[in-house]
Design a protein around this ligand. Sequence first.
Ligand code: ZN
Length: 417
Amino acid sequence: MNGEELHALAKRLFPICRSITGPGVRETLSILQEDLPLTIHSVATGTQVLDWEVPLEWTPRSAWIEDLSGRRIIDFATNNLHLLQYSGNFSGRVSREELANHLFSLPDQPDAIPYKTSYYQKQWGFCVSKNQKKSLSQAEYNVQIDTSLDTGQLNYGELVIAGRDKNEILLSTHICHPSLANDNLSGIVVAHALARQLLQNPLQHTVRILFIPGTIGAITWLALNREHLPKIKHGLVLTGLGAGDTFHYKKTRSGNASIDFFVEHYLRKSGIPHCILPFSPYGYDERQFNSPGINLPMGCFTRATYASYPEYHTSRDNLEFIQPQLLEESALLILRMLQQFSSSETYVNLAPEGEPQLGRRNLYAADSQQNLAILWVLNQSDGHHSLLDISIRSGIALPDLETAADRLCSSGLLRKT
Ligand code: ZN
Protein backbone atom coordinates (compact mmCIF):
# COMPACT_ATOMS: atom_id res chain seq x y z
CA MET A 1 0.00 0.00 0.00
CA ASN A 2 2.98 2.23 -0.52
CA GLY A 3 2.23 4.96 -3.07
CA GLU A 4 5.75 4.93 -4.50
CA GLU A 5 5.48 1.17 -5.08
CA LEU A 6 2.11 1.56 -6.79
CA HIS A 7 3.52 4.30 -8.99
CA ALA A 8 6.60 2.19 -9.78
CA LEU A 9 4.36 -0.63 -11.00
CA ALA A 10 2.41 1.85 -13.15
CA LYS A 11 5.74 3.07 -14.58
CA ARG A 12 6.73 -0.49 -15.46
CA LEU A 13 3.40 -1.17 -17.18
CA PHE A 14 3.16 2.23 -18.90
CA PRO A 15 5.19 1.52 -22.09
CA ILE A 16 3.28 -1.67 -22.96
CA CYS A 17 0.86 -1.35 -25.87
CA ARG A 18 -2.27 -2.96 -24.44
CA SER A 19 -5.48 -3.38 -26.39
CA ILE A 20 -8.59 -5.54 -25.98
CA THR A 21 -6.54 -8.52 -27.19
CA GLY A 22 -2.93 -9.25 -28.03
CA PRO A 23 0.55 -9.54 -26.54
CA GLY A 24 0.30 -6.31 -24.50
CA VAL A 25 -2.53 -7.73 -22.37
CA ARG A 26 -0.63 -10.99 -21.83
CA GLU A 27 2.56 -9.15 -20.88
CA THR A 28 0.62 -6.97 -18.43
CA LEU A 29 -1.09 -9.98 -16.84
CA SER A 30 2.19 -11.88 -16.54
CA ILE A 31 3.76 -8.91 -14.70
CA LEU A 32 0.80 -8.82 -12.30
CA GLN A 33 1.18 -12.58 -11.88
CA GLU A 34 4.71 -12.10 -10.46
CA ASP A 35 3.14 -11.05 -7.14
CA LEU A 36 -0.32 -12.63 -7.35
CA PRO A 37 -1.61 -16.19 -7.94
CA LEU A 38 -3.57 -14.81 -10.87
CA THR A 39 -5.30 -17.22 -13.26
CA ILE A 40 -4.86 -16.04 -16.85
CA HIS A 41 -7.78 -17.15 -18.99
CA SER A 42 -7.73 -17.46 -22.79
CA VAL A 43 -10.93 -17.36 -24.82
CA ALA A 44 -10.66 -18.18 -28.51
CA THR A 45 -11.50 -15.74 -31.30
CA GLY A 46 -14.99 -16.40 -32.59
CA THR A 47 -16.41 -17.60 -29.25
CA GLN A 48 -19.98 -16.39 -28.94
CA VAL A 49 -20.31 -14.29 -25.77
CA LEU A 50 -23.79 -12.91 -25.05
CA ASP A 51 -24.65 -10.78 -28.11
CA TRP A 52 -20.97 -10.43 -29.11
CA GLU A 53 -18.16 -12.53 -30.51
CA VAL A 54 -14.58 -12.63 -29.24
CA PRO A 55 -12.70 -10.58 -31.88
CA LEU A 56 -9.56 -11.34 -33.85
CA GLU A 57 -6.34 -10.77 -31.97
CA TRP A 58 -4.43 -7.61 -32.86
CA THR A 59 -0.64 -7.45 -32.80
CA PRO A 60 1.02 -4.09 -33.51
CA ARG A 61 4.68 -4.29 -34.52
CA SER A 62 5.74 -0.98 -36.03
CA ALA A 63 4.18 2.15 -37.52
CA TRP A 64 5.73 5.35 -38.80
CA ILE A 65 5.39 8.33 -41.10
CA GLU A 66 8.55 9.58 -42.86
CA ASP A 67 9.19 12.48 -45.17
CA LEU A 68 10.85 11.72 -48.50
CA SER A 69 14.29 12.46 -47.07
CA GLY A 70 13.79 9.57 -44.65
CA ARG A 71 13.21 11.74 -41.58
CA ARG A 72 10.80 9.92 -39.27
CA ILE A 73 8.11 12.34 -38.08
CA ILE A 74 5.64 10.08 -36.31
CA ASP A 75 6.75 6.80 -34.76
CA PHE A 76 4.79 4.18 -32.80
CA ALA A 77 8.10 3.24 -31.12
CA THR A 78 8.28 6.63 -29.37
CA ASN A 79 4.63 6.69 -28.25
CA ASN A 80 2.21 3.81 -28.74
CA LEU A 81 -0.77 6.22 -28.75
CA HIS A 82 0.35 7.22 -32.27
CA LEU A 83 -1.15 4.09 -33.77
CA LEU A 84 -4.92 3.86 -34.06
CA GLN A 85 -5.88 0.78 -32.01
CA TYR A 86 -6.77 -2.13 -34.31
CA SER A 87 -5.29 -0.26 -37.27
CA GLY A 88 -4.84 -2.39 -40.37
CA ASN A 89 -1.60 -2.67 -42.35
CA PHE A 90 -0.43 -0.10 -44.83
CA SER A 91 2.75 0.53 -46.77
CA GLY A 92 3.25 3.16 -49.42
CA ARG A 93 3.68 6.75 -50.48
CA VAL A 94 0.68 9.02 -49.95
CA SER A 95 -0.12 12.65 -50.60
CA ARG A 96 -0.51 15.02 -47.65
CA GLU A 97 -4.25 15.24 -48.41
CA GLU A 98 -4.64 11.46 -48.46
CA LEU A 99 -2.63 11.13 -45.24
CA ALA A 100 -4.84 13.74 -43.53
CA ASN A 101 -7.80 11.38 -43.96
CA HIS A 102 -6.00 8.91 -41.70
CA LEU A 103 -4.87 11.29 -38.94
CA PHE A 104 -6.74 11.91 -35.70
CA SER A 105 -5.97 14.89 -33.49
CA LEU A 106 -7.64 17.12 -30.90
CA PRO A 107 -8.68 20.60 -32.05
CA ASP A 108 -8.60 22.10 -28.56
CA GLN A 109 -5.40 20.51 -27.20
CA PRO A 110 -2.60 21.30 -29.71
CA ASP A 111 0.16 19.28 -27.99
CA ALA A 112 -1.83 16.24 -26.91
CA ILE A 113 -1.97 12.95 -28.83
CA PRO A 114 -5.44 11.43 -28.61
CA TYR A 115 -6.15 7.76 -27.83
CA LYS A 116 -8.43 6.32 -30.44
CA THR A 117 -9.70 2.85 -31.25
CA SER A 118 -11.31 1.22 -34.24
CA TYR A 119 -11.95 -2.29 -32.97
CA TYR A 120 -14.86 -3.11 -35.21
CA GLN A 121 -14.33 -0.87 -38.25
CA LYS A 122 -11.47 -1.82 -40.56
CA GLN A 123 -9.19 1.16 -41.28
CA TRP A 124 -5.60 2.34 -40.88
CA GLY A 125 -4.65 5.49 -39.03
CA PHE A 126 -2.41 7.51 -36.76
CA CYS A 127 -3.17 9.69 -33.74
CA VAL A 128 -1.06 12.83 -33.67
CA SER A 129 -1.07 16.16 -31.89
CA LYS A 130 -2.61 19.10 -33.71
CA ASN A 131 0.87 20.69 -33.90
CA GLN A 132 2.37 17.53 -35.40
CA LYS A 133 -0.38 17.51 -37.99
CA LYS A 134 0.28 21.17 -38.81
CA SER A 135 3.98 20.49 -39.31
CA LEU A 136 3.25 18.07 -42.16
CA SER A 137 3.88 20.61 -44.92
CA GLN A 138 5.40 18.47 -47.67
CA ALA A 139 3.45 17.15 -50.64
CA GLU A 140 4.06 13.44 -49.99
CA TYR A 141 5.02 11.07 -47.20
CA ASN A 142 6.05 7.45 -46.84
CA VAL A 143 3.85 5.51 -44.46
CA GLN A 144 4.32 2.07 -43.00
CA ILE A 145 2.11 0.21 -40.57
CA ASP A 146 2.97 -3.38 -39.67
CA THR A 147 0.24 -5.05 -37.63
CA SER A 148 -1.57 -8.36 -37.77
CA LEU A 149 -5.15 -9.28 -37.09
CA ASP A 150 -5.41 -13.05 -36.72
CA THR A 151 -7.36 -15.77 -35.06
CA GLY A 152 -6.11 -15.83 -31.47
CA GLN A 153 -7.43 -15.20 -27.98
CA LEU A 154 -8.91 -12.72 -25.60
CA ASN A 155 -7.11 -12.86 -22.25
CA TYR A 156 -8.12 -11.79 -18.79
CA GLY A 157 -6.85 -12.32 -15.26
CA GLU A 158 -8.92 -13.60 -12.35
CA LEU A 159 -8.14 -14.06 -8.69
CA VAL A 160 -10.47 -15.46 -6.03
CA ILE A 161 -9.50 -14.75 -2.42
CA ALA A 162 -11.56 -17.08 -0.25
CA GLY A 163 -13.23 -15.45 2.72
CA ARG A 164 -14.92 -17.05 5.70
CA ASP A 165 -18.18 -17.22 3.77
CA LYS A 166 -19.08 -17.88 0.14
CA ASN A 167 -20.79 -14.55 -0.50
CA GLU A 168 -18.66 -12.65 -2.94
CA ILE A 169 -17.53 -9.09 -3.52
CA LEU A 170 -16.50 -8.59 -7.15
CA LEU A 171 -13.81 -6.04 -7.99
CA SER A 172 -13.17 -5.34 -11.65
CA THR A 173 -10.70 -3.16 -13.51
CA HIS A 174 -10.01 -2.84 -17.22
CA ILE A 175 -6.61 -3.62 -18.74
CA CYS A 176 -7.03 -2.61 -22.37
CA HIS A 177 -5.50 0.87 -22.63
CA PRO A 178 -1.99 1.50 -23.99
CA SER A 179 0.22 4.22 -22.43
CA LEU A 180 -2.45 5.94 -20.33
CA ALA A 181 -1.94 6.33 -16.60
CA ASN A 182 -5.06 7.41 -14.74
CA ASP A 183 -7.36 5.63 -17.16
CA ASN A 184 -6.36 2.91 -16.78
CA LEU A 185 -3.10 1.99 -14.99
CA SER A 186 -4.28 3.53 -11.71
CA GLY A 187 -7.14 0.99 -11.49
CA ILE A 188 -4.76 -1.87 -12.28
CA VAL A 189 -2.17 -0.95 -9.65
CA VAL A 190 -4.78 -0.22 -6.96
CA ALA A 191 -6.54 -3.56 -7.63
CA HIS A 192 -3.14 -5.27 -7.56
CA ALA A 193 -2.29 -3.68 -4.18
CA LEU A 194 -5.72 -4.61 -2.77
CA ALA A 195 -5.26 -8.20 -3.92
CA ARG A 196 -1.89 -8.45 -2.16
CA GLN A 197 -3.37 -7.11 1.08
CA LEU A 198 -6.47 -9.29 0.95
CA LEU A 199 -4.41 -12.43 0.30
CA GLN A 200 -2.62 -11.75 3.59
CA ASN A 201 -5.79 -10.82 5.49
CA PRO A 202 -8.90 -12.26 3.82
CA LEU A 203 -12.27 -10.71 4.53
CA GLN A 204 -15.45 -12.32 5.83
CA HIS A 205 -16.70 -12.35 2.22
CA THR A 206 -14.85 -13.98 -0.63
CA VAL A 207 -13.34 -11.40 -3.00
CA ARG A 208 -13.10 -12.05 -6.74
CA ILE A 209 -10.86 -9.67 -8.68
CA LEU A 210 -10.99 -9.34 -12.47
CA PHE A 211 -8.38 -7.72 -14.69
CA ILE A 212 -10.29 -7.63 -17.98
CA PRO A 213 -10.35 -5.80 -21.29
CA GLY A 214 -13.11 -3.16 -21.20
CA THR A 215 -16.58 -4.04 -22.54
CA ILE A 216 -15.74 -7.21 -24.52
CA GLY A 217 -13.78 -8.61 -21.55
CA ALA A 218 -16.64 -7.99 -19.11
CA ILE A 219 -19.13 -9.44 -21.58
CA THR A 220 -16.90 -12.48 -22.11
CA TRP A 221 -16.51 -13.05 -18.37
CA LEU A 222 -20.26 -12.71 -17.77
CA ALA A 223 -21.05 -15.15 -20.60
CA LEU A 224 -18.66 -17.79 -19.26
CA ASN A 225 -19.37 -17.41 -15.54
CA ARG A 226 -23.13 -17.64 -15.24
CA GLU A 227 -22.85 -20.11 -12.37
CA HIS A 228 -20.86 -17.62 -10.26
CA LEU A 229 -23.28 -14.73 -10.60
CA PRO A 230 -25.71 -15.68 -7.78
CA LYS A 231 -22.80 -15.66 -5.28
CA ILE A 232 -21.88 -12.05 -6.10
CA LYS A 233 -23.62 -9.87 -3.54
CA HIS A 234 -21.73 -6.62 -4.05
CA GLY A 235 -19.14 -5.16 -6.36
CA LEU A 236 -17.06 -2.22 -7.45
CA VAL A 237 -15.56 -1.25 -10.76
CA LEU A 238 -12.23 0.44 -9.96
CA THR A 239 -10.64 3.00 -12.24
CA GLY A 240 -9.36 6.59 -12.37
CA LEU A 241 -7.81 6.46 -8.90
CA GLY A 242 -4.55 8.35 -9.32
CA ALA A 243 -5.65 11.93 -10.03
CA GLY A 244 -8.34 14.29 -8.70
CA ASP A 245 -9.10 15.46 -5.15
CA THR A 246 -12.70 14.29 -4.93
CA PHE A 247 -13.80 10.67 -4.81
CA HIS A 248 -16.81 9.74 -6.93
CA TYR A 249 -19.08 6.80 -6.33
CA LYS A 250 -21.56 5.93 -9.06
CA LYS A 251 -24.46 3.92 -7.69
CA THR A 252 -25.73 0.58 -8.91
CA ARG A 253 -28.70 0.23 -11.24
CA SER A 254 -31.19 -0.09 -8.38
CA GLY A 255 -29.58 2.76 -6.43
CA ASN A 256 -30.49 1.06 -3.15
CA ALA A 257 -28.08 -1.85 -3.01
CA SER A 258 -26.17 -2.53 0.16
CA ILE A 259 -22.96 -1.21 -1.40
CA ASP A 260 -24.76 2.05 -2.28
CA PHE A 261 -25.82 2.70 1.31
CA PHE A 262 -22.47 1.73 2.71
CA VAL A 263 -20.12 3.68 0.43
CA GLU A 264 -22.18 6.85 0.79
CA HIS A 265 -22.30 6.44 4.57
CA TYR A 266 -18.58 5.66 4.84
CA LEU A 267 -17.48 8.64 2.77
CA ARG A 268 -19.80 11.02 4.60
CA LYS A 269 -18.74 9.77 8.02
CA SER A 270 -15.04 9.95 7.13
CA GLY A 271 -15.35 13.57 6.00
CA ILE A 272 -13.59 12.72 2.72
CA PRO A 273 -14.40 15.05 -0.20
CA HIS A 274 -16.75 13.01 -2.35
CA CYS A 275 -19.65 13.08 -4.73
CA ILE A 276 -22.34 10.41 -5.11
CA LEU A 277 -23.59 9.93 -8.65
CA PRO A 278 -26.76 8.21 -9.79
CA PHE A 279 -26.52 5.21 -12.10
CA SER A 280 -26.43 5.80 -15.82
CA PRO A 281 -25.91 3.20 -18.54
CA TYR A 282 -22.78 4.98 -19.78
CA GLY A 283 -19.25 4.77 -18.43
CA TYR A 284 -17.05 1.82 -17.54
CA ASP A 285 -17.85 -1.89 -17.15
CA GLU A 286 -20.57 -1.22 -14.57
CA ARG A 287 -22.67 -0.91 -17.76
CA GLN A 288 -22.24 -4.62 -18.43
CA PHE A 289 -22.53 -5.80 -14.81
CA ASN A 290 -25.70 -3.71 -14.33
CA SER A 291 -27.36 -4.70 -17.61
CA PRO A 292 -30.96 -5.73 -16.85
CA GLY A 293 -30.49 -9.47 -17.43
CA ILE A 294 -27.37 -9.57 -15.24
CA ASN A 295 -28.24 -6.94 -12.65
CA LEU A 296 -25.27 -7.33 -10.33
CA PRO A 297 -25.05 -4.65 -7.64
CA MET A 298 -21.80 -3.14 -8.96
CA GLY A 299 -21.01 0.49 -8.25
CA CYS A 300 -18.11 2.37 -9.81
CA PHE A 301 -15.48 3.91 -7.56
CA THR A 302 -13.22 6.59 -9.02
CA ARG A 303 -11.60 9.91 -8.33
CA ALA A 304 -11.79 11.60 -11.74
CA THR A 305 -14.83 10.25 -13.54
CA TYR A 306 -15.32 8.86 -17.02
CA ALA A 307 -14.42 11.36 -19.80
CA SER A 308 -14.65 14.33 -17.41
CA TYR A 309 -11.12 15.80 -17.49
CA PRO A 310 -9.05 17.27 -20.35
CA GLU A 311 -6.22 14.75 -19.91
CA TYR A 312 -8.67 11.85 -20.40
CA HIS A 313 -7.75 9.58 -23.34
CA THR A 314 -4.80 11.77 -24.34
CA SER A 315 -1.02 11.62 -24.01
CA ARG A 316 -1.38 14.08 -21.10
CA ASP A 317 -2.77 11.23 -18.98
CA ASN A 318 0.81 10.17 -18.24
CA LEU A 319 2.93 9.11 -15.28
CA GLU A 320 3.22 12.73 -14.07
CA PHE A 321 -0.56 13.06 -14.04
CA ILE A 322 -1.00 10.30 -11.43
CA GLN A 323 0.34 10.97 -7.94
CA PRO A 324 1.84 8.28 -5.65
CA GLN A 325 0.10 9.66 -2.56
CA LEU A 326 -3.28 9.68 -4.32
CA LEU A 327 -2.84 6.07 -5.45
CA GLU A 328 -1.97 5.11 -1.89
CA GLU A 329 -4.88 7.03 -0.41
CA SER A 330 -7.28 5.40 -2.90
CA ALA A 331 -6.04 1.89 -2.19
CA LEU A 332 -6.15 2.36 1.59
CA LEU A 333 -9.62 3.89 1.52
CA ILE A 334 -11.03 1.02 -0.58
CA LEU A 335 -9.35 -1.56 1.68
CA ARG A 336 -10.79 0.02 4.86
CA MET A 337 -14.25 0.25 3.26
CA LEU A 338 -14.17 -3.39 2.18
CA GLN A 339 -13.00 -4.52 5.61
CA GLN A 340 -15.79 -2.70 7.40
CA PHE A 341 -18.41 -3.53 4.79
CA SER A 342 -17.61 -7.23 4.80
CA SER A 343 -17.60 -7.55 8.59
CA SER A 344 -21.37 -7.17 9.04
CA GLU A 345 -23.73 -10.18 8.94
CA THR A 346 -26.64 -10.53 6.54
CA TYR A 347 -29.85 -12.36 7.46
CA VAL A 348 -33.02 -13.65 5.82
CA ASN A 349 -36.47 -13.12 7.26
CA LEU A 350 -38.14 -16.56 7.34
CA ALA A 351 -41.66 -15.15 7.72
CA PRO A 352 -41.61 -12.26 5.27
CA GLU A 353 -45.31 -12.15 4.36
CA GLY A 354 -46.91 -9.65 6.69
CA GLU A 355 -45.32 -8.94 10.04
CA PRO A 356 -44.97 -12.09 12.14
CA GLN A 357 -46.92 -12.00 15.41
CA LEU A 358 -44.29 -10.87 17.87
CA GLY A 359 -46.38 -11.06 21.06
CA ARG A 360 -46.96 -14.80 20.66
CA ARG A 361 -43.17 -15.28 20.55
CA ASN A 362 -42.40 -12.97 23.50
CA LEU A 363 -40.61 -10.60 21.16
CA TYR A 364 -42.84 -7.63 21.76
CA ALA A 365 -40.91 -5.43 24.21
CA ALA A 366 -42.12 -2.57 26.36
CA ASP A 367 -39.19 -0.56 25.06
CA SER A 368 -40.22 0.97 21.76
CA GLN A 369 -36.56 1.24 20.61
CA GLN A 370 -36.19 -2.54 20.93
CA ASN A 371 -39.40 -3.05 18.97
CA LEU A 372 -38.20 -0.69 16.29
CA ALA A 373 -34.89 -2.59 16.00
CA ILE A 374 -36.81 -5.86 15.57
CA LEU A 375 -39.11 -4.37 12.93
CA TRP A 376 -36.21 -2.89 10.94
CA VAL A 377 -34.28 -6.19 11.00
CA LEU A 378 -37.36 -8.13 9.88
CA ASN A 379 -38.21 -5.66 7.15
CA GLN A 380 -34.74 -5.32 5.62
CA SER A 381 -33.39 -8.86 6.03
CA ASP A 382 -33.81 -10.03 2.44
CA GLY A 383 -30.41 -11.73 2.22
CA HIS A 384 -28.92 -8.71 0.47
CA HIS A 385 -28.83 -6.06 3.18
CA SER A 386 -26.53 -6.50 6.16
CA LEU A 387 -27.11 -5.25 9.70
CA LEU A 388 -24.69 -2.44 8.85
CA ASP A 389 -26.94 -1.36 5.96
CA ILE A 390 -29.96 -1.48 8.25
CA SER A 391 -28.11 0.60 10.83
CA ILE A 392 -27.21 3.22 8.20
CA ARG A 393 -30.74 3.34 6.87
CA SER A 394 -32.60 3.30 10.20
CA GLY A 395 -30.19 5.29 12.35
CA ILE A 396 -30.37 2.53 15.00
CA ALA A 397 -27.00 1.61 16.56
CA LEU A 398 -25.47 -1.63 15.23
CA PRO A 399 -25.29 -3.38 18.67
CA ASP A 400 -29.06 -2.89 19.13
CA LEU A 401 -29.70 -4.46 15.73
CA GLU A 402 -27.37 -7.36 16.59
CA THR A 403 -29.35 -7.99 19.79
CA ALA A 404 -32.60 -7.90 17.81
CA ALA A 405 -31.16 -10.30 15.20
CA ASP A 406 -30.04 -12.76 17.93
CA ARG A 407 -33.52 -12.77 19.46
CA LEU A 408 -35.19 -13.23 16.06
CA CYS A 409 -32.84 -16.13 15.24
CA SER A 410 -33.62 -17.82 18.56
CA SER A 411 -37.33 -17.59 17.80
CA GLY A 412 -36.88 -19.10 14.32
CA LEU A 413 -37.92 -15.97 12.44
CA LEU A 414 -34.47 -15.18 11.04
CA ARG A 415 -31.40 -17.01 9.78
CA LYS A 416 -27.94 -15.95 8.67
CA THR A 417 -27.24 -16.11 4.94
ZN1 ZN B 1 -10.79 4.69 -21.20
